[in-house]
Design a protein around this ligand. Structure first.
Ligand SMILES: [Zn+2]
Length: 274
């Protein structure tokens, strides 16, 4: 496993001011994806828009990429044949519905297309972004920047590290929970349904770190479950109380932690059913 912590890069390695667009006027998700992909095409960072649009919409259907606080990180794994990562940033004039985790309308969208042949690349980028975007101060600057150049300068401050597995895993809780749901459904599914579930699982697996997935699969094999909810400070996987500090950090968050007692992944129990 390559986990060289000294090897860091900056988000701006993948971005130019010409890949940023402000005051977009759109009515829904699909329109904004179209606009942003048009810009990527104009910048010659993708060759063909349609297959990427389909991937993004498929992924979005599975689980919204609205990470909260008016920000969304839609993405698609696709080998563009140009670069390993293509990024485009759009800020909207008026927020749109995104089915985001906090139900807030989305105003800032960072769309990422990445080459699935490079493992770990996307996770690296996503974790760095999500961590930076969790700061109120930083987000406020992004929402008030007046020109693409100004927005570019702010985004250039984002330093990307490979996220160590022993730490919490940012903004992936719902995704991991969803993967467990799919894997459990697969056990009872009939042949026809199995294929569709397999495709959904693949979509999720493609954007999670290999070390995390290895651990997930080991836990699924051993216990039939890998992810447990935390309710009233108790791990629902082993019914042991977890540390108060960790429990309050997990509450209402979309991050992943690990139970010190049973080793299962812990996620917040507060999730609204659609
Ligand atoms: Zn436990």
């Amino acid at each position: 496993m390559e986990r060289d912590k000294s090897k860091s890069s900056y988000f701006s390695d993948y971005l130019k001011p010409s890949q940023i667009i402000l005051d977009l006027e759109v009515n829904d998700k699909k329109e904004v994806f179209e606009e942003l992909l048009d810009l990527l095409k104009k910048q010659k960072l993708i060759k063909n828009k349609k297959p990427i649009l389909t991937r993004i919409i498929d992924r979005e259907r599975l689980e919204s990429t609205g990470i909260g606080h008016h920000v969304a990180l839609p993405h698609a794994r696709f080998n563009t044949g140009v670069k390993d990562i293509a990024v485009v940033v759009g800020r909207l004039k008026n927020g749109i519905d995104f089915d985001a985790i906090d139900k807030k309308k989305v105003k800032l969208i960072i769309l990422i297309v990445w080459n699935p042949a490079i493992p770990g690349l996307f996770n690296h980028l996503f974790a760095g972004l999500a961590q930076f975007l969790s700061s109120d101060k930083f987000r406020k600057r992004l929402f008030t920047a007046e020109t693409p150049d100004e927005l570019y300068k702010i985004l250039s401050e984002i330093e990307l590290h490979l996220p160590p597995l022993e730490d919490k895993i940012i903004h992936r809780g719902r995704l991991l929970w969803k993967l467990q749901e799919i894997e459990l459904k697969k056990k009872k599914a009939k042949k026809q349904e199995l294929k569709e579930l397999g495709q959904q699982a693949e979509l999720i697996r493609a954007e999670l770190d290999k070390a995390l997935l290895d651990r997930f699969d080991r836990l699924m094999d051993r216990y039939g479950f890998a992810v447990a909810e935390v309710k009233d400070g108790t791990c629902m996987g082993c019914y042991i109380n977890i540390a108060t500090g960790m429990s309050s950090a997990i509450e209402g968050s979309n991050d992943i932690y690990v139970c010190e007692n049973c080793g299962k992944f812990l996620v917040s129990a507060e999730r609204e059913e659609k």
